[in-house]
Design a protein around this ligand. Structure first.
Ligand code: MN
Length: 300
């Protein structure tokens, strides 16, 4: 079938993006058979786009870019200097993506990723939309799609469900902005893991395939057969990128940012090989089930 490009998050091999680390992650992902690698634009100023692009070309691997804003560059902030920093970071990520040949920038691009102590304000939401309208225009100029990834209640106060995110996208009104679904977050917040797929329709543009505990796919409580059957039935053709983290490959600061306090796996190459095999098998099995067949669990 091969309708979807299958990717893996570079953070599987750690968040350091020195030329040597980039080469290691890119060569591993390519040799295992992935179509793309998602590169976190943690600080694009320090990234060597030239080295990254060369590595990608050498190994015939495609890429996407992601980022998550922080309290220091939160575009929902009432502090204009913090908002300006966030806009700069988003535009830098778009520039980095263009420089390495990526066509997608996604992630937590609309607020900080972290626990808030108050509800989102109308002003903060409007401020976020105003920044993202400009970022979307800049992205469109480079042929880049902007993915808005909703996350669970402990990691943003603004967008926690597909419905909220689609309303946000309606207001954003940017033709190159799409819903970026992360199954880990959706598993926490949605009544049904297939709801975001059904609600978003063709506005679903990117997926993080992430297990209920962020560990190896197929070892948690996420209903992958049901999800993949729905994706196939709905004709989803976009990228599906494995996102899993383990404290085995992270610094203490990175562990704290993501909240992964344990070793969910030890060997990144083995993990990556397993994830690709698992996802391909799920998609294959989903594609051979007649779409008219009732979905398991659809009777509740
Ligand atoms: Mn994600």
């Amino acid at each position: 079938m091969a309708q979807n490009r299958i990717g893996i998050h570079a953070g599987v091999w750690g968040f350091d993006w020195s030329p040597a680390s980039a080469e290691r992650a890119i060569s591993s992902a390519a040799s295992l058979g992935y179509d793309l690698i998602e590169i976190p634009a943690i600080d694009p100023g320090r990234h060597s786009a030239v080295d990254t692009r060369a590595s990608l070309r050498r190994h015939g691997l495609e890429s996407t870019v992601s980022l998550a804003l922080t309290t220091a560059d939160d575009i929902t902030s009432a502090d204009g200097s913090i908002v300006a920093r966030g806009e700069r970071r988003l535009l830098d990520a778009v520039r980095f993506a263009a420089d390495i040949g990526s066509r997608f920038v996604g992630g937590v691009v609309y607020s900080a990723m972290g626990r808030y102590s108050a509800p989102a304000s109308a002003e903060g939401r409007d401020g976020s939309l105003a920044v993202l309208r400009r970022v979307a225009v800049a992205a469109a100029a480079d042929g880049i799609t902007l993915g808005v990834e909703y996350v669970n209640r402990y990691e943003s106060n603004l967008l926690n469900t597909a419905r909220q995110t689609l309303e946000f996208l309606d207001e954003l009104d940017a033709p190159n902005a799409v819903l970026h679904l992360d199954t880990f977050h959706a598993h926490v917040e949605e009544a049904d893991i297939t709801d975001p797929v059904m609600l978003a329709g063709d506005r679903l543009g990117y997926i993080h395939a992430s297990e209920s505990h962020r560990g190896p796919l197929g070892t948690g409580s996420l209903d992958w057969p049901r999800l993949t059957r729905t994706l196939v039935a709905e004709g989803y053709r976009g990228d599906i990128t494995v996102e899993t983290f383990s404290s085995a490959m992270l610094t203490d600061d990175e562990t704290a940012d993501i909240g992964v306090w344990r070793r969910l796996w030890d060997d990144p190459d083995r993990l990556a090989a397993h994830s690709l095999d698992y996802l391909r098998r799920q998609l294959h099995e989903a594609s051979v089930v007649p779409t008219s067949a009732p979905l398991a669990g659809s009777d509740h």
